[in-house]
Design a protein around this ligand. Structure first.
Ligand code: 3PG
Length: 402
């Protein structure tokens, strides 16, 4: 969008795909407006350039029209953040929308209704994409968080509406994540966590080809420990998974293969050497700490232990580039948040390039109060994961084509 000149902006209707998929509480109040704030630079640039801004986003996963998932609270919040009124229509296409678009003056902002109220959106229906395209003179995609979806408003529309360009947020996300993968200052460390190895197989495989060291936390570590004959007690431990085509993957074998590949490639691969445990999945003011990597029978590991914490913090301090995806334990429980927060704190204190893939690690960084000390916290959960897995994001590919 910053490549567009005044002639391309003033008086022009810009259809801007944003990701305003924000968390709401029971009374439809926004509990975290990070994604709305992240879209402000692009929206402001378009306003300042005299464009007529038409914003389109999804919210949640509605099945048809759903009063609970209207974008009205988002319009209100956006208006507050922009200090200017944001008009809102209750539809995405059709006469009401066309009327509202006609009324727009240069620099005005209009938010359309939740685009997923139309099943055509997720089906990437060409007629629906064409109808969206017909509302505007140019297309801006700033929805990094939804760039992994080939939907009508993220992918299809770029075929019918040109120029089709990246917004400032999308551009920034691709720059940071791309730099970490393709031209990083070394050594590069990947910190990976979360509950299931099956969710992160491709991520680990891609990271093995990019980084110098990997540290693993969260319940997915127990699969690697068990594969090596280490006791995992009553911990959550994924040992197999079924693929969409019905075939089963033996995760213990896969874990050994990944460890062997790391060795072959000379990638340092660190697993927990101790754990904080409880006898049930619940918080504790005084978690038990295991003396070594073995988890006693009846005990459930819920966080990395102090020795592991020190080991991982030292890795963070050594690295020049760090990619963090996934928490080290159940950080929502205060007694088991130490490992995740220690890693977050180490990142905050280091002067390395620190990139946080969105989702759980982003909320952990938020909870630890260190977001401002990191180089980049992605607004994408699934999208940053797919990017780090080395996949092509359809929303980005559509712009490349355009
Ligand atoms: C997200 O929150 O990851 C994006 O907004 C995409 O949402 P989705 O997973 O429902 O497609």
């Amino acid at each position: 969008v910053d490549a567009l000149g005044a002639a391309e902006l003033r008086g022009k209707r810009a259809l801007v795909r944003v990701d305003f998929n924000v968390p709401l509480d029971e009374s439809a109040q926004i509990t975290d407006d990070t994604r709305i704030r992240a879209a402000l630079p692009t929206i402001r640039q378009l306003i300042d350039g005299g464009a007529r801004v038409i914003l389109v986003s999804h919210l949640g996963r509605p099945k048809g029209f759903d009063d609970q998932l209207r974008l009205s609270p988002v319009a209100k919040r956006l208006g507050e953040l922009l200090s200017k009124p944001v008009a809102k229509v209750d539809d995405v296409i059709g006469p009401e929308v066309e009327e509202a678009v006609k009324k727009l003056q240069d620099g005005d902002v209009l938010l359309l209704e939740n685009v997923r109220f139309y099943p055509e959106e997720e089906k990437n229906n060409p007629e629906f994409a064409q109808k969206l395209a017909s509302l505007a003179d140019l297309y801006v995609n700033d929805a990094f968080g939804t760039a992994h979806r080939a939907h009508a408003s993220t992918e299809g529309v770029a075929r019918y509406l040109r120029p089709a360009v990246a917004g400032l947020l999308l551009q920034k996300e691709l720059e940071y994540l791309g730099k970490a993968l393709e031209s990083p200052e070394r050594p590069v460390l990947a910190i990976m966590g979360g509950a299931k190895v099956s969710d992160k197989i491709q991520l680990i495989q891609n990271m093995l080809t990019k980084v110098d060291s990997i540290v693993i936390g969260g319940a997915m570590a127990y699969t690697f420990l068990k594969a090596q004959g280490i006791a995992t007690g009553a911990s959550r431990c994924e040992t197999s998974t079924t693929k969409k085509d019905g075939t089963t993957i033996d995760l213990l074998k896969l874990a050994l293969d990944l460890l062997a590949e790391a060795k072959e490639r000379g990638v340092t691969f660190l697993l927990p050497v101790d754990h904080r445990t409880n006898d049930k999945f619940a918080d504790s003011d005084t978690p038990n700490v295991t003396p070594d990597a073995n988890i006693p029978e009846g005990q459930m590991a819920l966080d990395i232990g102090p020795k592991t914490e020190a080991l991982y913090v030292a890795e963070v301090k050594k690295a020049r580039t760090v990619i963090w995806n996934g928490p080290m334990g159940v950080f929502e429980l205060p007694g088991f948040s130490h490992g995740t927060f220690a890693v977050a704190q180490a990142l905050a204190e280091s002067d390395n390039l620190s990139i946080v893939g969105g989702g759980d690690s982003a909320s952990a960084a938020e909870k630890a109060g260190i977001v401002d000390q990191l180089s980049h916290v992605s607004t994408g959960g699934g999208a940053s994961l797919e990017f780090l897995e080395g996949k092509i994001l359809p929303g980005v590919a559509a712009l490349d084509e355009a």
